[in-house]
Write a protein that binds this ligand. Structure first.
Ligand SMILES: C[S@@+](CC[C@H](N)C(=O)[O-])C[C@H]1O[C@@H](n2cnc3c(N)ncnc32)[C@H](O)[C@@H]1O
Length: 243
């Protein structure tokens, strides 16, 4: 049965999904984000750096409610690739600023083209696409939503998460971390600083396939803060733990 799912259902499902998203999003926005690109092909190969594979067009919508984003919020996508999540964030939500950080010049060039074709659609007009290794990038102290679509693992993930914690300790605020395909979740939780608040499950037939399609949200709050920044009523997160 599992073999049948993998060899027949999965390719068919992927083809159908590709055709639908192409029609609904790629053509609609006039963008090109649907490739699979291995970093070896770009001369950037490293075991901890993950290939470019776009997140689903509805990924952000599934995990981040519109009412939870206000005009002071700043979104960052670590490993933004061709800019799909950046576009979702800037088109749909009233962020003050949207940032994409990407190690590949080629991919960020495509992201810039994609963005340029959609300037009139952007709800957030302040979008910045930075070509940098996330390890060298200094996280701005006003970031409040950090998006990771499994861009890197191991020591890179560890160091970027450490920088995010340092940023919150320097400039106390609550950061919502959104992690799609959260392969390094245990590393995140071991810091003792992240609280899982929500999961958007992948609706896929096998457990592993569902896991790789799941998205989780965590809160990172200032350490020892007696007064925690409280989201306004319409921004309040549902913090009931769900596994
Ligand atoms: C799974 S894709 C992410 C897709 C993207 N966030 C989206 O919304 O469609 C992972 C991306 O992370 C980038 N990446 C890998 N290691 C990186 C690093 N150290 N610094 C910045 N970007 C990196 C890859 O080039 C790739 O584009």
């Amino acid at each position: 049965m599992a073999r049948y799912l993998l060899t027949v259902v999965r390719p068919l499902y992927k083809w159908l999904r590709h055709a639908t998203t192409d029609l609904l999003f790629e053509r609609r926005y006039g963008v090109h984000t649907a490739d699979l690109v291995y970093l070896d092909e770009l001369g950037l190969g490293d075991a901890e750096r993950k290939r470019y594979q776009p997140t689903g067009w509805l990924s952000l919508v599934r995990i981040l409610r519109l009412s939870e984003v206000g005009p002071d919020d700043v979104f960052i996508d670590f490993g933004c690739g061709m800019g799909r999540a950046v576009l979702q964030a800037a088109i749909r939500y009233p962020f003050r600023k949207v940032i994409g950080v990407e190690i590949s010049e080629k991919l960020i060039g495509i992201a810039r083209d994609n963005l340029a074709r959609n300037t009139s659609r952007l709800r957030c007009k302040d979008v910045s696409l930075v070509c940098a290794d996330a390890l060298d990038y200094e996280i701005p102290d006003d970031v409040t939503v950090a998006y990771f679509a499994n861009p890197f693992t191991g020591s890179i993930f560890n160091r970027v998460i450490k920088s995010l914690i340092e940023s919150v300790d320097r400039a106390p605020r609550t950061v919502r971390v959104i992690y799609a395909n959260p392969v390094e979740e245990s590393m995140l939780l071991q810091t003792g600083r992240f609280r899982h608040v929500r999961t958007a499950r992948g609706l896929r037939p096998t457990r592993e396939w569902s896991r790789s399609n799941s998205i989780r949200m965590y809160l990172l709050e200032p350490e020892n803060s007696t007064v925690r920044p409280v989201p306004s009523a319409d921004q309040r997160l549902d913090s009931r733990p769900r596994s």
